[in-house]
Design a protein around this ligand. Structure first.
Ligand code: 3PG
Length: 308
């Protein structure tokens, strides 16, 4: 049995060492493909593997076709929009994620971006504070819950909207549940995005929604690029000089936004949310354990695709 760790954006060295130990203890061979620069390298690396552990690496039909022995793909992280689920189901390949394992890291970055923005990107001018301000959490999953916990430490008034999370669950955390995205954007000066990229959510953060934001608003995106309607975001930045957008996922119109709105727009150079030693170890080791458990006992607890 051969397991591949394929990470264009590498894990911390300690995480790789510990993943290797778990895979070796289970009696499997372990190979690592890090920082690859083209799909050809990935296609070559998968040709004789039984399982793959990835991050945001794209596992599509072509990659699966190049891996005739492949039985399982584990996304060491939360979002699995980078894996073609239907193709995996058709080929009898199990796809899993490791929910929650990197959530604190992403949540800390979201709050960090907020502080960076309200202190005017640390340019030396006088800024504002988070204490007493309203934060809207758009989707209350593992990251959203951690954002709520940290934001309450800052003394923020926290609201959340999640189409799939019952209001009682949100309320139990001392967070006020709202019944629509429209209500959330109307009520909160700060909004932190945590929706996945799905057919329903793609382009859903549009001008009509953004126009609801109160004055001096800020949108923080540590979720996905695809959920933003980028042309309408640019328009909103134009018509609302009090609005700031900070993102951990570089948009298609990054160069334009940087040039036009240098004091109100910021994008990390590479997706950094889950890029901590702790998150790498948590997610990487969870993936390795899930892999061993799948092969040893058929455990499919974290499966995200259909069985066909
Ligand atoms: C996730 O979905 O887990 C996060 O977006 C982190 O992605 P990454 O592993 O590519 O940093």
């Amino acid at each position: 049995m051969k397991i591949l760790l394929a990470t264009e954006k590498p894990f911390a060295a300690q995480a790789v060492l510990e993943i290797k130990e778990i895979v070796a203890d289970a009696g499997y061979d372990f190979v690592v493909l890090e920082k690859y620069t083209g799909k050809a390298q990935l296609l070559a690396a998968v040709k004789d593997v039984d399982g793959i552990i990835i991050r945001s690496d794209i596992i599509d039909e072509e990659v699966m076709a190049a891996a005739p022995q492949l039985k399982i793909v584990i996304r060491a992280g939360a979002g699995y929009d980078n894996v073609s689920l239907d193709a995996a189901t058709q080929r009898g390949i199990c796809v899993m994620n490791t929910p929650g394992q990197n959530a604190n890291a992403v949540a800390e970055l979201a709050l960090g971006l907020m502080v960076f923005a309200i202190r005017n990107f640390y340019d030396g001018s006088s800024g504002t504070e988070l204490l007493g301000k309203r934060l809207g959490i758009h989707a209350y999953g593992n990251v959203g819950r951690n954002v709520a916990r940290i934001a309450k430490g800052f003394g923020m008034e926290v609201y959340a909207y999640d189409a799939f999370c019952p209001a009682e669950v949100i309320e139990k955390d001392g967070v006020k549940p709202l019944s629509s995205a429209e209500e959330l954007y109307s009520a909160c000066q700060y909004v932190s995005l945590h929706i996945p990229a799905t057919a329903e959510t793609k382009n859903s953060i549009n001008l009509a929604l953004l126009e609801r934001l109160p004055s001096k608003a800020m949108l923080i995106n540590t979720a996905r690029k695809e959920v933003i309607n980028e042309a309408e975001l640019e328009k909103f930045l134009e018509i609302r000089p009090d609005f700031k957008y900070l993102t951990d996922i570089t948009p298609g119109n990054d160069a334009v936004l940087k040039e036009k709105f240098p004091k109100r727009y910021f994008s990390t150079p590479k997706k950094m949310g889950a890029q901590t030693a702790e998150a790498n170890i948590n997610a990487g080791l969870a993936a390795a354990r899930q892999m061993a458990s799948f092969f040893q006992s058929g455990d499919e607890r974290f499966r995200v695709n259909g069985k066909g």
